[in-house]
Design a protein around this ligand. Structure first.
Ligand code: B12
Length: 216
């Protein structure tokens, strides 16, 4: 990689961490023009920026506005790198994410999605108010290794408990289920019948990275 591309990658990271989408897009265009692959831009630029953000966003130093601004800049760069979305077989692994039926909160879900895309995963977003059967169908169709659910209102808990049995009934018992969001993180993984309950987007991403590394 030429030296000016190294410098552009550094500038991309600074622009992302400052939540400056215009500067981030300008550096991305320069990197692509210099022949740097989009995978390298994701791993060396976006993923590194997400790791820095992760280190800054400890429980004491959590800053929602900062996360959202960085997330917005990362999303814009991902949109330029993958205008058609990350296709099957291209990311490190595929996850399906949704907010269950009856719940329209999606800010947390969108952050989780951005963090995971920034780490080079393919994330199929089914949006909010998503019936569990749609989630199961998408897991099967997209070849996902995990189903991610974000729940902010307590009434979605019974739906979350149905995911594992529904996956098993379709022969997808190996697919992990990860839950997060204000309503779900008050419950234990056992009581929700999921594999993991994440405290934050980054906590969930750590679990998923580890899980993907251990896949056969
Ligand atoms: C913003 C907000 C709204 C916005 C939502 C905008 C949007 N597009 O999302 C609006 C105004 C629309 C809204 C509506 C309602 N809301 Co509201 N809302 C909130 C509020 C204030 C913040 C939620 C939020 O976005 N937080 C910021 C995000 C970034 O945090 P987060 O979701 O927790 O996500 C983080 C982590 O949890 C994690 N994460 C989240 N999901 C996942 C998933 C996975 C897989 C992983 C790994 C990690 C992960 O990642 C994020 C970053 O770390 C909460 C209060 C609260 N304390 O949560 C109430 C709250 C969730 N709302 C509540 C209610 C009751 C409602 C309404 C029913 C109000 C009404 N009477 O109409 C409606 C819901 C309608 C519906 N059918 O869904 C209640 C729910 C109570 C309950 N336990 O059931 C809360 C808790 C407020 C309260 N204290 O009463 N709401």
């Amino acid at each position: 990689m030429p030296n000016d591309a190294h410098a552009a990658l550094d500038r991309l990271m600074v622009a992302l961490l400052e939540g400056d989408p215009e500067a981030a897009l300008a550096e991305t265009s320069q990197l692509l023009a210099a022949g740097v692959s989009r995978e390298h831009i994701v791993v060396a630029g976006l993923e590194t920026a997400m790791t820095r953000l992760d280190e800054k966003c400890t429980v004491e130093g959590f800053n929602l506005l900062e996360i959202m601004l960085v997330g917005r800049a990362v999303s814009k760069v991902v949109g330029v790198l993958y205008p058609e979305g990350v296709s099957r077989g291209e990311g490190r692994a595929t996850f399906v994410i949704a907010t269950p039926e009856g719940d329209i909160h999606d800010l947390g879900k969108n952050i989780v999605k951005t963090v995971l895309i920034g780490k080079g995963f393919r994330v199929v977003d089914l949006g909010q108010d998503c019936p569990i059967p749609h989630l199961i169908e998408a897991v099967e169709r997209e070849g996902a290794v995990a189903a991610l659910v974000s729940g902010l209102i307590s009434s979605v808990v019974p739906q979350v408990r149905k995911i594992k049995p529904a996956l098993a009934a379709r022969g997808l018992g190996h697919v992990k289920v990860v839950a997060g969001g204000a309503a779900l993180k008050q419950a234990s993984a056992e009581s929700l019948d999921v594999d993991y309950v994440a405290e934050t987007a980054f906590d969930g991403a750590h679990y998923l990275e580890q899980m993907v590394q251990e896949l056969p």
